[in-house]
Design a protein around this ligand. Structure first.
Ligand code: MG
Length: 254
């Protein structure tokens, strides 16, 4: 099933996408939210990021061999983890804003896991219980600041630097899905999730050793090779096999 979040006259609501229509839910789907109210046409909705603000956005760096090499990095011996603030979340159809502090902002297309259940120090066998679903996500990265700052809080953390959605899909085996990043209609990244260095159950287990995972948290799982720079006016899209395409615009901050 495909779930989303939308603005209902100033009130955020969850819904289940069914063809061209959305059935509103009374609570988040990972909290067991039941359908309530009249179905609404998908085309008329103002979408929100599919997870609520305030949760964690955990990210894995250098989790595909060819991507680690293209940036001249070693393959990590353990998963390389960092966080983006939830203020970086951006809905499908939104605009990635290029900040004046950076001269090189890259796209990174990634599969993201949506956590559905609280988890602390779980093993890889807990994966199916802990993960609610998957969503496409872009780890927008100010590459020059990433090198300069040391800490990645700013390079990865500007507002709008984590587009995701439009939906969270459940019941999908994410272990070998195609992932394509498309810039102005040209395919820039074309990878498969099966090529990760650390697989999805390993990542969930690893991050849960350090911090409690909570429902609505996101875990971006790394990007394949082919990353590159963004420019104002471009359309950036991410397609994960079997899911609706994530699409955002790119503009300079004014
Ligand atoms: Mg990344």
């Amino acid at each position: 099933m495909n779930f989303l979040r939308f603005d209902d006259g100033g009130v955020p609501r969850y819904g289940r996408l069914d063809g061209e229509m959305v059935a509103p839910l009374e609570a988040a789907p990972w909290e067991g939210g039941e359908e309530a109210g009249r179905p609404l046409p998908y085309a008329g909705l103002t979408l929100l990021p599919p997870v609520p603000p305030g949760g964690k956005v955990l990210c894995i760096g250098r989790n595909y061999l060819a991507h680690a090499k293209e940036l001249g990095n070693e393959v990590p011996a353990e998963p390389l983890v960092f966080l983006k603030p939830s203020t970086s979340l951006l809905a499908h159809g939104g605009t990635v804003v290029l900040p004046p502090e950076s001269e090189r902002v890259d796209f990174e297309g990634e599969l993201a896991l949506v956590i559905g259940r609280r988890a602390r120090r779980v093993g890889r066998e807990a994966f199916a219980d802990v993960v609610f679903g998957i969503t496409p996500a872009l780890d927008i990265s100010a590459r020059d600041l990433q090198k300069k700052d040391g800490q990645w809080w700013r390079a990865k953390g500007f507002d709008t630097f984590c587009p995701c959605g439009p939906v969270v899909a459940t019941g999908v085996d994410a272990s070998d899905l195609g992932l394509r990043t498309i810039l102005d209609g040209a395919v820039k990244q074309d990878g498969r999730t099966s090529r990760m260095i650390f697989d999805l159950p390993a990542l969930v287990s690893w991050v849960s050793q350090a911090m409690t995972l909570e429902p609505g948290d996101l875990l971006l799982t790394g990007t394949p090779e082919g990353v590159g720079p963004l420019a104002p006016g471009q359309i950036l899209e991410l397609e994960i096999e079997g899911l609706p395409r994530l699409s955002v615009r790119v503009e300079k901050e004014v």
